[in-house]
Write a protein that binds this ligand. Structure first.
Ligand code: 13P
Length: 249
């Protein structure tokens, strides 16, 4: 069984004071817990990364970005390179989140290029996949996730360089989640897809994301092939995010 990773995707939330307070609270808890049974990753919005990094320094918490550009530098106004994230102390970066795929039209090919840039900068790429409600209703969940995953994996992907996050689009921010059986089937399919492509695929961490809360975390984290959670809304509340970590057993 892989060690669980509980990742908080703050999305576009958190001014300096809130970010510092939330990160400081979690850093104190993580440090105070001695040797927690789970890894914890905070992915604040880009302007807060430096501040959060300084706040959690020495706590054992990991820091990540929410997106990066595929190029290492250049004329890309408003974009952020993977190297810049590393320079701020990030060890991870989320790529291919459904909100980026939807809001910015990101394709699997672009996600793979971003993930490759992340690996090139020494970061771990947290690659997101997940079906829409229409695709789920059409029975296409496994096809969609398998296709997105195969198309989004960068060359050089291995258990130490990539994490996969399965996030059904219809479960994000809605309070709805798939059944634990459905989560198990999809995660198993993702594991199988990885097995054909990556040596040591069983060691790749596959996170579940979409309306993870303290009340459903224990049952979701107990599903086979679920190696942690990618948490949105509940990661903005220290008590809730910490409780999700504690639910890892
Ligand atoms: P919620 O936990 O708010 O549903 O968001 C999930 C998500 O998109 C994390 O990346």
């Amino acid at each position: 069984m892989n060690r669980k990773l509980i990742a908080g995707n703050w999305k576009m939330n958190g001014l300096s004071a809130e970010a510092e307070a939330l990160a400081g609270d979690l850093a104190r808890r993580y440090r105070g817990a001695g040797a927690p049974a789970f890894d914890m990753l905070l992915c604040p919005p880009a302007p807060a990364i430096g501040l959060v990094g300084r706040t959690i320094a020495g706590s054992g918490l990991a820091l990540g970005g929410q997106d990066c550009h595929a190029d290492p530098k250049g004329a890309h106004t408003g974009d952020i390179s993977a190297e810049m994230l590393g320079d701020l102390g990030c060890s991870h970066v989320i790529v291919g989140h459904s909100e980026r795929r939807q809001d910015h039209g990101e394709t699997d090919e672009q996600v793979a290029a971003k993930a490759a840039a992340a690996l090139g900068a020494g970061l771990i790429a947290v690659i997101c996949v997940g079906e829409t409600l229409e695709e789920r209703d059409a029975g296409e969940t496994l096809d969609v996730c398998g296709r997105q995953l195969a198309g989004s994996l960068p060359p050089g992907a291995n258990p130490d360089t990539v994490v996969i996050a399965y996030e059904p689009v219809w479960a994000i921010g809605t309070g709805r989640t798939p059944t634990v059986d459905d989560v198990g089937v999809t995660h198993s399919h993702i594991r199988g897809t990885l097995s054909g492509r990556i040596a040591g695929a069983e060691r790749v961490r596959i996170l579940y994301g979409g309306s993870v809360k303290p009340s459903n975390a224990a049952e979701l984290m107990a599903v086979a092939n679920v190696d942690g959670a990618l948490v949105g809304g509940a990661s903005l509340v220290a008590d809730d995010f910490w409780a999700i970590g504690a639910a890892c057993g």
